[in-house]
Design a protein around this ligand. Structure first.
Ligand code: SAH
Length: 452
């Protein structure tokens, strides 16, 4: 345990020695760690202490006394304040090295000796996101769109969201203007009042098809028909949904989606295949980097055409269907029913007849298969941040697939799981892929091989 004499609001001079996985500068005062906003490794800053905790504290940079040679200066601080782009002040090459280092650090903690390749960077580290969920609030009497200041619900008005597809920004701004013209109110979360809570927009990078989901508190709201008609007037909107969420909650979406106009889905293209995407289904947000990530996964699987491939956490089937041409058969497993339906349609529209998809939790489905002693040759896993369920590890040990391709969005749970698998599987190498430039998120692909 660390103790400190530091107090809140005290001004201190700090040498920054590292960057935390959250993107905060790390400094130590007599061994006591401080996490410092807007401070980079190699910098010396004058900072004000904002919080003193038992084991560590927080501070905010007031003045940079010595700049990092890797600091970028021409950015708008709003993108750090809102958490949209917490690494924007760091040269992109340094971000890539930082993300590789996150993987290395987590492997070291588990005493794993695995080769980690350089992070695969993006050619377009801005304007990449194909999906936005933007809050609508009333500010100074007008419906306003933007992003919340970090750890708060104060809306920072924005027109340029920096890392989003600019066509999505334009559509958000257009809908905001329509709300103003029709004098429709944004949501007031304290009183659970107002009409429009969020605007969700998805745009398929390859086809330009655009889906708008308007999240409202009630279909009885004033001027709704006029608003919907005006949204449809943009011919780029190929799919328009309403989602009613009347609850006092931070959860963005209500459970039901009602199609108002256009198609039920948008279609995007990845590695030459078409994918239909429903509003509830997960879809990777960065088109350029997703193709690189999937290609690495395909390469890691080293398919010959004879294999049974399981695509676990399959979403709308993108990874499995990208591998189907090179495999005997593909079986996808996914917990969201709508996503499984999308995956089945996606197999059909691409003329793929050796792929099937089942609804269920990966850990449950594979436990059953382990009991039935099914033959699996290659297992692809792409779990959410919490990683693999402990029971899934034992099912894998029973099923003994020859190869595992582990796609991870959290190096800490990746390292934990690789450690649990180490008696049976040798991890050959890991390649981080920068799916979320300017943010702290670290995605990677690891190939594993069964040890006989
Ligand atoms: N591989 C897909 C989806 C990855 S996101 C792609 O690249 O697009 C993770 C997916 O896992 C989501 O679709 C989520 O709904 C699903 N999921 C989460 N927990 C799950 C579980 N326990 N079993 C199966 N699927 C799960």
């Amino acid at each position: 345990m660390q103790t400190t004499k530091l107090t809140k609001n005290q001004i201190v001079t700090l040498d920054i020695i590292d960057l935390s996985y959250e993107g905060l500068g790390v400094a130590k005062v007599d061994g006591y760690p401080l996490f410092v906003e807007n401070a980079l490794p190699q910098e010396q800053v004058e900072a004000i202490i904002t919080k003193v905790g038992r084991n560590f504290g927080f501070a905010k940079t007031k003045k940079i006394l010595q700049d990092s040679p890797d600091r970028v200066t021409d950015y708008d601080p709003k993108y750090i304040q809102t958490g949209i782009a917490p690494l924007i002040h760091w040269r992109y090459e340094r971000q890539l090295a930082f993300k590789r280092q996150q993987v290395v650090n987590n492997f070291e903690k588990q005493h794993l000796d695995i080769e980690v390749h350089p992070t695969v960077g993006a050619e377009h580290p801005l304007a990449y996101r194909n999906k936005a969920q933007i809050p609508v609030r009333t500010v100074k009497g007008q419906a306003t769109t933007g992003f919340f200041r970090s750890r708060s619900h104060d809306l920072v008005p924005l027109e340029d969201y920096l890392i989003q597809d600019p066509k999505i920004d334009a559509e958000i701004n257009r809908i905001r203007d329509l709300l103003r013209q029709l004098q429709i109110q944004g949501y007031d979360e304290n009183r659970n009042r107002g009409d429009v809570r969020h605007i969700m927009v998805r745009r398929a990078t390859a086809t330009g098809e655009m889906m708008v989901v308007l999240v409202i508190t009630s279909t009885k709201m004033k001027h709704l028909p006029q608003l919907l008609a005006a949204i449809q007037a943009n011919s780029e909107v190929t799919s328009l949904y309403l989602n009613v969420n009347a609850k006092k909650t931070n959860v963005i979406l209500g459970s039901k989606f009602e199609l108002v106009a256009g198609q039920e889905y948008i279609t995007d293209e990845i590695l030459g295949k078409q994918f239909r995407i429903s509003p509830q289904s997960f879809f990777q947000v960065n088109h350029e980097q997703t193709q690189k990530l999937y290609q690495l996964a395909i390469d890691a699987a080293e398919l010959t055409g004879q294999e049974t491939v399981v695509d676990a956490y399959s979403g709308i089937g993108t990874i499995g269907l990208s591998m189907a041409d090179h495999a005997q058969e593909v079986i996808g497993v996914e917990v969201v029913k709508q996503a499984v339906q999308d995956a089945q349609v996606n197999a059909a529209i691409n003329g793929i007849d050796n792929a099937q998809f089942v609804v269920g939790k990966t850990e449950d489905v594979l436990a059953k298969w382990a009991q039935e002693q099914r033959q699996i040759d290659v297992l692809v896993v792409d779990p959410p941040r919490k990683g693999l369920d402990a029971s899934l590890i034992s099912s894998i040990q029973a099923l003994r697939p020859q190869k595992i391709v582990y796609i991870s969005c959290n190096p800490a749970t990746l390292a934990r799981d690789l450690n649990l698998l180490r008696a049976d599987y040798q991890a050959l190498h890991t390649t981080p892929v920068d799916m979320f430039p300017m943010t702290k998120h670290v995605e990677s692909v690891t190939s594993l091989e069964l040890i006989h």
